[in-house]
Ligand binder design. Structure first.
Ligand code: ATP
Ligand code: MG
Length: 338
């Protein structure tokens, strides 16, 4: 069977360079070699408190961003998760197979809320946040996708998806769901600009990330104030995480020669970061201005994009619906009139 790829991105905020270098750029490349289904996973963006108008606007914007990055409706399916209700239907079926303890052990949950791990039990954490790894499993399995290009931060979730596929097959005595595998490629993990010990993420707040479509001045000022170190490290001292991150960003922009030259200077003891920051900012401005131009082009006809995304979501429903029909029959639910 040909390999089918699935991956998703949350419309929690605008796309940032970590999403692009770590995931989306790779999604674009995979379109040429695999059958790909990509989703703007709006239901996942509801697991934490949110504003409905923002969710709607971010979902629309994420579609534009993905198309501007090169996701091509001629080569791949790009859908909005909530337009394909089969995801949530399969999620319930998988919820009923998923051991509670497996969800309690998920790192994301333990980090946020787990009184047994000493977390604050009074803060609001939704049941949706607790069970969202099952929805992620459903996102993948509803298409019987076998390859999932994700970053290292998602490895544990994929393990759960594999367990649920195995559990389903075992319980119903079939070989229906493939166990999805991580499609690891050389993608960097980009760290926060103000807290380089943590990964760059949308939900951490705007100061932590650089949007892929950010204005030049704002990119320059964020890079200028990115946390590094004072530059007074003794020779041979380990490079600080903020500086490592700037080098990573430079390499991800394809500026490997510039990175090598600056690294040489760094190793000879020149630890003033003004030049490094300027080179990084220039590289990002170059990359983002090209992408911004493409997005401006795409947003000239918003109704056409909205129609296209609905059409692709319908195509996705056909694939998901056919799989769900078999699942419903296997688990003992009545056949639905079509
Ligand atoms: P949120 O804070 O809302 O979870 P996020 O920035 O973590 O946002 P996601 O929508 O959860 O983004 O993830 C989309 C994809 O981007 C995933 O494949 C994830 O592995 C990848 N990704 C997210 N952050 C980074 C990062 N800092 N570096 C590299 N890849 C990343
Ligand atoms: Mg995330």
């Amino acid at each position: 069977m040909a390999s089918r790829v699935f991956s998703g991105i949350q419309p929690t905020a605008e796309m940032h360079i970590g999403n692009y270098f770590g995931a989306v750029r790779n999604w674009v490349a995979l379109q040429d070699t695999h059958e790909c289904i990509y989703a703007v996973v709006d239901l996942h963006a509801m697991t934490k408190p949110y504003d409905p108008a923002n969710l709607r606007a971010n979902t629309e914007r994420m579609v534009f961003d993905l198309l501007a990055c090169g996701i091509d409706p001629e080569k791949a399916i790009l859908l909005i998760q909530s337009l394909v209700p089969e995801h949530t239907e399969l999620c319930w079926i998988l919820d009923c197979l998923c051991p509670f303890g497996d969800l309690r052990r998920q790192t994301q949950f333990k980090d946020k809320f787990d009184p047994l791990e000493g977390q604050d039990a009074t803060q609001f954490v939704s049941a949706g946040f607790f069970t969202y790894p099952v929805l992620q499993a459903a996102d993948i399995l509803v298409y019987c996708a076998d390859s999932v290009p994700v970053g290292k931060d998602q490895e544990q979730h994929l393990e759960l998806s594999r367990d649920l596929a195995r559990r389903f097959n075992g319980q119903f005595g079939v070989d229906f769901f493939p166990e999805p595998a991580v499609l690891f490629t050389e993608t960097p993990k980009i760290m926060s600009l103000v807290d380089p010990g943590k990964k760059m993420s949308k939900s951490a707040g705007e100061r932590h990330y650089i949007q892929l479509f950010e204005e030049e001045q704002s990119i320059r000022s964020k890079i200028k104030s990115a946390v590094t170190d004072s530059g007074d490290l003794p020779p041979g001292a380990e490079m600080s995480p903020g500086v490592v991150n700037l080098f990573e960003i430079l390499k991800a922009c394809g500026k490997t020669e510039e990175a090598a030259a600056l690294l040489k200077e760094y190793n000879t003891g020149k630890r003033q970061y003004r030049e490094l920051k300027e080179v990084v900012a220039n590289a990002l401005v170059e990359l983002t201005s090209g992408l911004r131009a493409r997005r401006d082009e795409i947003t000239k006809d918003v109704p056409a994009v909205n129609a296209k995304i609905r059409e692709m979501s319908e195509r996705a429903r056909e694939i998901a619906g056919a799989n769900l029909k078999e699942v419903r029959s296997l688990v003992g639910l009545p056949e639905r009139a079509s």
